[in-house]
Design a protein around this ligand. Sequence first.
Ligand SMILES: [Fe+2]
Ligand SMILES: [Fe+2]
Length: 217
Amino acid sequence: MNRTALIQVLGAVAYGEWKAYEGAQARVRQAASEEERKAYRKVAAEELRHHKGFRARLEALGADPERAMRPYRASLDRYHAGEAGSPIEEAVWSYLGEGVADDLLEWLRKVVDADTAAFIDTVIADEEEHEAMATAELRSLLSGARERQEAGRAAQRMALHMLDSGRATPLPFAAFVRLGRPLDLIGAILGGHLRRMRAIGVGPMGLPVPAVVARAF
Ligand SMILES: [Fe+2]
Ligand SMILES: [Fe+2]
């Protein structure tokens, strides 16, 4: 296994988990009900556990977590600073965001060492719940054709925003490809995206996803 690539990818994922933790905390603050607050508090605690776990894996590999995360900060900060323009857009972004995280982890567990894979399995179990929550939230907002159209546009903006955020630092993302099974990774992310769009009744509309993948990797 390519140790340098593994450290880079774990650095990216560790920082992604930190951003997920920050996002969940923001949802706790904005929660409209006590029930919602409780649900997002649980998500925040889980994201923090993921972040700490990936840091611990980096340390076990003899790497400095801060150093490993640094190259990904600018892109991920920019990506997460994006403001959704409507409740539907916000729901689409978290639905697809949780989904991409799941697809990425499913690929990652196949290309890492056994200890890291065992930890990732516990993360996937949590993320599946997060994705189910995001799916239910989005579904509750998609009552008709007009809403589904808005969801389609929101997905398109999300892909463009992702592309734009990664543009400044495309190089560190090459580590994902070097780690192994790049076609599995691209297939999982593209396939997952189309499957999720279909699941909410939005057909493929020529999303600029291949361009995103091409630039990011
Ligand atoms: Fe997570
Ligand atoms: Fe999550």
